[in-house]
Design a binder for this molecule. Structure first.
Ligand code: UFG
Length: 326
């Protein structure tokens, strides 16, 4: 049997970009996705198994049928606001289902794991840029579930020798330049796709959530990182585990921050459209500034993000958006 990578959530936004790179790197890829937020439209390669992490029999079958060398786990709910209103939905999907997955891995002696974590584990930052040893004090259930899994992974390393990389994403953005896969959420809550919908006239305007933050123009600053650069970092982390590397936690960001108003201005330049803006109140739970230090993964694993400015990132997102609406 050829060695495989099992990509849980491989039919989602970030997972589908990962699958593409694994296939390009000549991996045999098995995708497990329940298609609750993912889509068949995003699967172009790899073998899709539609199913749930709660289905222990299915997990046993997957690990028996395939020689799984490592697991990558992208299957989680990720909306901060929703997690505040429906915490148990988040604990069940993001934490309890991950226990099932790790349990099956340990049973089948598959001991390499790449985990999608988040900047939300830091909560309100005490210092910018945020390094990996910044205190973890999530301010919402979403961040709590991701931090709980990180802790569980450390315990599983100690107990079973599970080797893992926990990758704390800042704001994932953009799309593969092919235009075949990209961001597709329903409802869409993320800034860049909403801004592009406003540019193409699919919605009337973009509402800016808060203009009274202690930033240069009063709007929130975020660190946008291209989804293919994220996927590249996963490949490096995976290879480091195969080389016998220890478990590790890495931030993944571009290290530069852009305000909401700057994002809109750059999107106007990319699209050539005037984007109608409505200024609204703050959204609950949004920190004013989130910018990563990604020096650790650059130094240790040689990660070099290709999309080093936001205009390039938005260009790829616009390319995908235009293909979607045509
Ligand atoms: N924003 C608007 N209007 C909108 C949508 C967003 O002004 O219609 C603003 C937000 O207030 C925020 C910025 O645009 O200041 C970015 O918002 P996103 O919703 O695109 O992303 P977030 O920074 O809120 O969230 C992302 C991930 C989360 C993760 C978080 C912290 O989606 O999963 O980063 O890492 F938890």
């Amino acid at each position: 049997k050829k060695k495989s990578v099992l990509v849980v959530g491989g039919a989602g936004y970030i997972g589908s970009h990962m699958v593409r790179q694994l296939v390009e790197a000549k991996w045999n890829v098995v995708i497990l996705d329940n298609l609750s937020t993912g889509s068949r439209q995003l699967v172009h390669g790899g073998q899709l198994v539609q199913g749930r992490l709660g289905d222990v029999g299915l997990l046993d079958q997957l690990f028996s049928d395939h020689d799984v060398a490592a697991v990558m786990h992208f299957a989680a709910f990720s909306q901060v606001g929703e997690s505040v209103d429906q915490p148990l939905k988040y604990y069940r999907n993001n934490l309890a289902e991950t226990i099932n997955l790790l349990d099956a891995m340990v049973r089948h002696r598959v001991l390499r794991f790449i985990f999608s974590s988040t900047a939300a584990v830091y909560g309100e930052p005490e210092a910018i840029p945020i390094t990996e040893n910044h205190p973890r004090q999530p301010t919402n259930p979403y961040g709590n579930t991701k931090l709980a899994v990180e802790r569980m992974l450390a315990d599983c390393d100690a107990a079973f020798g599970l080797k893992y990389a926990a990758l704390r994403y800042f704001n994932a953005a953009g799309a593969d330049p092919s235009g075949e896969i990209g961001e597709m959420h329903d409802p869409e809550t993320h800034l860049i796709p909403i801004v592009l919908k406003a540019a193409s006239g699919h919605i009337n305007n973009i509402q800016v959530f808060g203009t009274d933050y202690p930033t240069t123009d009063g709007t929130c600053i975020r660190d946008y990182v291209h989804v293919n650069d994220l996927a590249q970092a996963h490949l490096l982390a995976l290879n480091a585990l195969f080389d016998g590397g220890a478990s590790a936690v890495y931030n993944l960001g571009s290290s530069s921050g852009y305000s909401v108003k700057e994002v809109i201005r750059i999107a106007e330049r990319v699209t050539g459209k005037k984007i109608p803006v409505v200024e609204g109140p703050r959204r609950l739970g949004d920190p004013a500034v989130l910018v990563a230090s990604s020096e650790k993964i650059k130094n240790r694993l040689g990660w070099v993000p290709v999309y080093d400015d936001l205009e390039k990132i938005i260009r790829t997102a616009w390319n995908w958006h235009l293909k979607q609406i045509s």
